[in-house]
Design a protein around this ligand. Structure first.
Ligand code: HEM
Length: 445
């Protein structure tokens, strides 16, 4: 278990290679299961009684920052929250977000000069945060608040892994520097979300708005009560923070992988030029035609899903079945309360599903016919079942537009001497990212 904390990707690879698709890990007082089979993952994501399947331990840690919003809510009351937020992610609503996304990507494109070395994580982070602020909440966060959010999330990220330590619940009550920094960061995020809500209360046109915030403010239970102030804040916090960093991270990886794969970058440019032709900027009708940009993003998420596992705990014992590589059926009785980690990292790099070149970045595989035939849960980057990511289509739309607009004008190059990070150079804490960051040279086409 210690090596799982220190070097989880290598440890997961070694465990699966040695013990197979479902690995039982025992530590005093607890049992963990590592699941690397798509068919077993399906049973966990679509259990017969979803109310009895809860999120894993780490969600308690996330709750300390994000509160009890849609991402972290469990048990009774969860479905009401999902139904409440769902209209903001329907296709017609997403189409209405396109001009805002285009406007912010234009600003990014306009700020770049050929030869710049771009900190691509930072640039994408700023971009997706701005898009989230405008589309979800109708606010201009401004540079100062963007900086504070960025810093606060950095602190939260740094305390995430130490926070999973068994002694963490006790240590959290001590005035340690890491605890104080975490509390300050959390207070800062709460203050910003409260500011967003206050802006809306002061807005004379609030009644005309149709964004997520107005949905949340207007929501009523059967007995006519709306969300409490705390519930409202928790929901807003999740929607502002859960989506933007993951989308930015996936966009940064996509840019990085494209820079390292010139022929994929050339394919992307060719399709973007053909689809956008003389249009000044993409509109909602172009988005479905930009299939290569979408595939470039999804393929990057396959190799580097923002998280590395999706975790669950079942309140009841369950019998899990899966098929071994040699085709023989397997079964395991899983005790109630076992922490189960579905490994996106292993499932999405499985050569049996993705072929011998599974470790290679090849966007075409997301477009070929074999993709249709793959097991539905062989791609877990957005989770699955009823708790599947609510923002997946929104994230994909933002990414498609961003990649297309950047590719129309520029190409990315790795800095001299740089190459894709090896597995050991990828950090896993909160989100998968290269230890050395992602810096790319931008060249005008
Ligand atoms: C590439 C970008 C993204 C990735 C990789 C991602 C990944 C995920 C994953 C894996 C889950 C499921 C977690 C679980 O089952 O335990 C999830 C859930 C969720 N995501 Fe995303 N996400 C992304 C973008 C977004 C965006 C843009 C938003 C919102 C604007 C968002 C909001 C949420 C919410 C609210 C949930 C909880 C849904 C529920 O439990 O009903 N995500 N995401």
């Amino acid at each position: 278990m210690l090596s799982m904390r220190v070097d989880p990707l290598r440890t997961m690879d070694e465990l699966v290679a040695e013990f197979g698709d479902v690995v039982e890990l025992k530590v005093p007082g607890d049992t963990f299961l590592l699941v690397a089979a798509a068919d077993a993952a399906e049973q966990l994501l679509k259990p017969p009684d979803p109310e009895r399947m809860r999120k894993g331990h780490a969600i308690q840690r996330v709750k300390r920052v994000l509160g009890n919003g849609l991402l972290t809510a469990d048990g009774p009351g969860y479905l009401r929250r999902r139904r409440l937020a769902q209209p903001a992610f329907q296709p017609r609503t997403l189409d209405a977000y396109v001009p805002t996304t285009v406007e912010h990507v234009s600003q990014l494109v306009g700020s770049l000069t050929s030869g710049d070395v771009l900190d691509v994580e930072q640039a994408m982070d700023r971009l997706t945060l701005r898009i989230a602020g405008h589309t979800m909440f109708g606010v201009e966060l401004g540079e100062e608040r963007e900086r504070r959010i960025h810093e606060a999330l950095g602190v939260v990220r740094a305390s995430f892994v130490p926070g999973l330590h068994p002694l963490a619940p006790m240590l959290e009550h001590l005035p340690l520097p890491i605890v104080r920094r975490f509390e300050r960061a959390k207070a800062d995020l709460v203050e910003i979300v409260d500011w967003i809500i206050a802006q809306r209360h002061a807005d004379p046109k609030a009644a005309e708005r149709t964004d997520v915030l107005s949905l949340l403010l207007g929501s009523k239970d059967a007995d006519g009560t709306g969300l409490s102030d705390t519930e409202l804040r928790d929901e807003a916090m999740v929607l502002l923070l859960a989506g933007h960093e993951t989308t930015a991270n996936a966009l940064a990886w996509t840019s990085y992988l494209l820079a390292a794969t010139p022929h994929a970058q050339a394919e992307l440019q060719a399709q973007v030029d053909a689809v956008l032709a003389d249009a000044e900027a993409p509109d909602a009708s172009h988005v479905p035609q930009l299939t290569y940009a979408r595939a470039a993003f999804t393929e990057a998420l396959r190799l580097y899903p923002s998280g590395s596992v999706v975790a669950r705990r079942s309140l009841d014992p369950l019998d899990m079945t899966w098929t071994d590589p040699d085709g023989s059926p397997r079964r395991m009785h899983v005790r109630a309360g076992t922490e189960i980690m579905m490994s996106q990292w292993n499932v999405q790099r499985d050569v049996r599903t993705w072929g011998e070149d599974a470790a290679v970045y090849r966007p075409e595989r997301m477009l070929d016919q074999a993709n249709e035939a793959r097991h539905r849960h062989s791609f877990l980057a957005f989770g699955g079942g009823r708790r599947v990511c609510i923002g997946r289509a929104f994230a994909t739309q933002q990414a498609t537009i961003t990649l297309a607009m950047l590719a129309r004008r520029f190409r990315f190059e790795l800095q001299p001497g740089m190459e894709l990070p090896s597995r050991d150079r990828v950090e896993t804490g909160f989100i998968l990212r290269p230890r050395d960051g992602m810096h790319l040279v931008v060249r005008e086409r």
